[in-house]
Ligand binder design. Structure first.
Ligand code: SF4
Ligand code: SF4
Length: 100
C-alpha cells in the first residue's frame, strides 16, 4: 500500500515520543497534512509505514479517516474522553486513564 499522505496517522494514534495524546493533531502536522519537521521527525514516525489499515480507514475527510482509525482499534470512547478533558499531553491523558 502506497502512503497517500492522508494525515490520519499523525492525528489518530497516541505518540509517546511526541507527548501526543490519542485523537489529537500532532503540532508538527502542517495545514496541508504534511509533516513540517520531516527531516527531524522521531524514530517512531520514521518506522511507520503505510499498510492495510490505511486502506481500511479511507474516507473523503481527515476527520472521517481519524474517526475510522479510532473505531477500528476500538478507541473512540477513550479519544472522546481525552478531547473532552482538554488533555494537551500524554502525561495528562495517562492520568485521566488512571483516574478511571
Ligand atoms: S494513515 Fe497511512 S496513508 Fe495516511 S498518512 Fe499515514 S501512512 Fe500515509
Ligand atoms: S512528527 Fe511529523 S510524521 Fe510524526 S506525527 Fe508529527 S506530523 Fe506526523
Amino acid at each position: 500500500m502506497e502512503c497517500t499522505c492522508c494525515g490520519a496517522c499523525c492525528v489518530a494514534p497516541d505518540i509517546a515520543a511526541l507527548d501526543k495524546p490519542l485523537g489529537l493533531r500532532c503540532p508538527h502536522l502542517g495545514a496541508d497534512n504534511l509533516c513540517t519537521v520531516y527531516e527531524r521527525r522521531p524514530q517512531v514516525c520514521r518506522d511507520y509505514a503505510a499498510d492495510e489499515v490505511c486502506r481500511r480507514i479511507e474516507a473523503p475527510t481527515l476527520e472521517e479517516r481519524v474517526n475510522n482509525y479510532l473505531a477500528l482499534f476500538q478507541l473512540t470512547a477513550e479519544a472522546e474522553a481525552v478531547r473532552e478533558s482538554g488533555c494537551a499531553s500524554m502525561r495528562m491523558a495517562r492520568a485521566l486513564r488512571e483516574r478511571k
